[in-house]
Design a binder for this molecule. Structure first.
Ligand code: HEM
Length: 745
């Protein structure tokens, strides 16, 4: 098994090159040039200068069987091994240090030739290879995946005309309008300077001090306090370019544009208690989830959309369209979905690929341009600059960063230069006309002749000064559970601020958004003197696409959902096998969680002749937090589970985290007793009962299970009703009606 896994990992690049014809995966072919296979049996250890080594365990020393004497500095092999190790680390990214990435493909489904001449956005026959890196912003490289934070969504498309990077986030707006404030917002959010506490979270005085004083962050902090900042999976987040770019078509017309990626599986989050626990129980939860899905062939997909505003309409909006703290409401600027992004290959090596990838907002291709968005313009300077200290001046030559199209210019030298340039000149113009600039018809990038006239001043246009309308718009557009989560998140964060100035003032700021929210949070966090009147009337407007609920998949799906099936000796094999097969057929991932990991036998199975089932994990090794749903089949094992506090906790915790719970036969009363709640209904007469996402059937027969599932609300069939409950992600009624808070977990 282990060797199969190893083969599959080391063969990834090779397979990608072989299976995908020609230019389609030009990047995989390009990387193959620099890829070596550790598992080739012909391999032998050599020194870095190529000499085969016979012993890499013992430093050359003065020694005998009787006595171990001093080590000799002359040993070049030992010295090299230690030297290389001593210098393995490079600086982590100054922000977005923790991340995970994968390779994929961009397919254009509809040409956008009316607004751009970019090949990648006009040629529908192309498949463009890409690398996408997800990240958290504030934590260091070893921090946990599930912290409350913005997630990076950074994309490098290796197009035929050069690399196009969209360095985006999973939230469409940002904390600041002008790049010059970036060091301040990041310093305020990162651990405090005197004690380097806390790690990877904004629940501290400095962050909220800055949020109050820097009012343009108001809209963004509402997003970070919403469920968007605790995603269930990287595969279930939207991606936004955030900044305003421009597109230029063949006629020379310019349009403003925003880029949006919307996941096929819907936009889903963890609940906060789960996120907190996962940060300790499985800090790699998101990176493992991404890798697992791709390894299982469940390739994550996003629809790619553009919002376009023609140049002449730039001033038609209540907000400045160059202001990155504002969304372009879909009612005013519809999203045009024109492409599809798929991730389909895991990395071969983390460091050389995920760590060394270097994104730059300034990497654009002909047909795509910048706007005067003052955040974007500063970013264009910052990324290139930071790569210099993180990776060195020749970072663009690293395999993961180099384009798949020819790179040729008169840039030279610098530390660690790889490319060898033949020829006698390294400047332009030269007497040979060697390496001239490209004309437009040869694909040369031509800048848009934007008219600019003005005075030099450190200021922004007046529309940039409005900071609250869209914070209200966002809050108003959320569903009731999402609003409750915002209040709970703010209450948590401000509870961690011990300076009353900070939490008192922040509660006042909430009066600029919504009086109900302000009062709820103030009461929770002990902010005195919150007035009864709002500081600013809530305009009451809503927009679509801001609530995560707007992105539920049209057809219910449980693809890639992790389902724990809990068993002990004496479980009902009919229900176990039936549910497992049905889940697998629907592309969910069932895991058997035993009372122990050694073989477990079904009811009536003879231990001497039966095969039993070998669980994937035992109850103490995993927690309910790592699964989307829990199912317990009936059988005599239920008596064992009743005596196991951890089993009880699994059910209560899954209930508290609003997850679908399924039970059949004897397990029905176990779940009933575990939750012990009035109002939740359970099956008693053999009928299937669905109540607050708990689906039970007291009697099941072999014909109760089938692989052709019809997920539907109110389904009479156990598996149809149970899978529908899983597909809903979480049962919000359970929370809204106060049931989840009545269970201890
Ligand atoms: C619209 C607002 C912004 C978004 C969406 C954004 C997004 C990102 C993302 C996704 C990354 C991680 C890239 C990766 O995976 O390697 C990143 C890194 C970084 N960002 Fe930003 N960022 C924003 C604003 C800024 C600003 C204003 C600055 C500076 C003026 C900045 C400077 C940096 C730096 C220095 C890095 C580290 C890059 C590296 O070491 O490779 N960002 N940003």
């Amino acid at each position: 098994m282990a060797s199969e896994i190893l083969t599959s990992i080391t063969d990834r690049t090779k397979k990608a090159v072989e299976s995908v014809a020609g230019e389609k995966d030009a990047k995989a072919a390009d990387l193959a040039r620099d890829t070596k296979d550790v598992h080739d049996p012909k391999n032998r250890i050599t020194s870095d200068w190529g000499v085969r080594e016979s012993n890499t365990d013992d430093w050359l020393k003065v020694a005998s069987e009787e006595k171990t004497g001093p080590e000799l500095l002359e040993d070049p092999f030992a010295r090299e091994k230690i030297h290389r190790f001593d210098h393995e680390r490079i600086p982590e990214r100054v922000v977005h240090a923790r991340g995970a990435g994968a390779f994929g493909t961009f397919r254009l489904l509809e040409s956008a030739a009316d607004v751009t001449s970019a090949g990648v956005l006009t040629d529908t026959s192309r498949e463009t290879p890409l690398f996408l890196r997800f990240s958290t912003v504030l934590g260091s490289r070893g921090s946990a995946d599930t912290v409350r934070d913005v997630r990076g969504f950074a994309l490098k498309m290796y197009t035929k005309e050069g690399n196009w990077d969209i360095v985006g986030n999973n939230i469409p707006v940002f904390f600041i309008q002008d790049a010059m404030k970036f060091p301040d917002v990041i310093h305020a959010g990162k651990p405090e300077p005197h004690n380097e506490v806390p790690q990877a979270q904004t629940a501290h005085n400095n962050f909220w001090d800055f949020q109050f004083l820097h009012t343009e962050a108001t809209h963004m902090f509402m997003w970070t306090q919403s469920d968007r900042a605790i995603p269930r999976s990287y595969r279930m987040m939207q991606g936004f370019g955030v900044n305003t770019y421009t597109l230029q078509n063949d006629k020379g017309e310019r349009h403003f544009v925003k880029f949006i990626f919307t996941p096929e599986l819907g936009v889903h989050s963890l609940v906060w208690d789960e996120a907190l626990k996962l940060a300790g129980q499985d800090p790699d939860f998101h990176r493992k989830d991404l890798m697992e899905a791709i390894d299982n062939g469940a390739y994550p997909k996003w629809r790619f959309g553009i919002q376009v505003i023609p140049e002449h309409r730039e001033d038609d909006f209540e907000f400045d369209i160059l202001d990155a703290t504002k969304v372009w409401p879909e009612e005013e600027v519809p999203i045009r979905y024109i492409g599809e992004l798929e991730l389909n290959r895991n990395v071969d090596e983390y460091f050389t690929q995920t760590e060394q990838i270097a994104y730059c907002t300034s990497h654009i291709v002909p047909g795509i341009g910048f706007s005067d968005d003052p955040l974007l313009q500063g970013r264009n300077f910052s990324y290139f600059d930071t790569q210099l200290s993180r990776l060195g001046v020749n970072w663009q030559e690293l395999p993961i960063n180099r384009p798949v199209c020819p790179v040729m210019n008169h840039n030279r030298d610098g530390a660690m230069r790889h490319t060898i340039m033949k020829g006698t000149v390294n400047y332009w113009p030269n007497r040979f006309s060697a390496v001239p600039p490209a004309k437009k018809e040869e694909g040369g990038y031509v800048d848009y002749p934007e008219k600019v006239a003005g005075i030099k001043a450190r200021m922004r246009s007046k529309k940039f000064r409005e900071h609250y309308n869209q914070a209200q718009l966002f809050y108003n557009s959320l569903s009731a559970p999402e609003k409750a989560h915002v209040a709970a998140a703010l209450s948590f964060e401000l509870d961690h601020c011990d300076d009353p100035v900070v939490y008192e003032r922040m509660c006042e700021r909430l009066l600029d958004i919504d009086i109900g929210l302000a009062r709820e949070v103030a009461e929770k966090v002990g902010a005195e003197n919150i007035p009864d009147m709002p500081k600013r009337q809530n305009h009451g407007k809503k927009a679509k696409g801001l609530s995560q609920m707007d992105y539920m998949p049209k057809e219910p799906t449980i693809a890639t959902r992790r389902v724990a099936i809990i068993v002990g000796d004496g479980y009902d094999p009919v229900a176990y096998n039936g549910v497992k097969a049905a889940l697998t057929a629907a592309q969910a991932l069932p895991f058997t969680i035993g009372t122990k990991r050694s073989t477990i036998y079904a009811a009536g199975e003879d231990k001497s002749t039966g095969k039993g089932v070998k669980p994937d994990h035992h109850l103490e090794g995993m927690r309910s937090t790592m699964f989307d749903s829990v199912f317990i089949p009936g059988g005599a094992h239920v008596e064992t589970l009743r005596k196991n506090g951890r089993a009880l906790h699994w059910v209560r915790e899954a209930f508290g985290h609003l997850k679908a719970i399924g039970a059949t036969g004897e397990a029905v009363s176990f779940v009933k007793d575990a939750c012990a709640l009035p109002g939740v209904l359970f099956s008693s007469s053999g009928d299937v009962v669905e109540s607050y996402g708990v689906v039970t059937a007291s009697k099941v027969e072999p014909n109760s299970f089938k692989e052709a599932i019809k997920m539907a609300k109110g389904a009479k069939d156990f598996i149809d009703a149970y899978t529908f409950a899983i597909s809903q992600h979480r049962n919000w009624d359970r929370e809204m009606e106060g049931l989840s808070t009545m269970v201890a977990y």
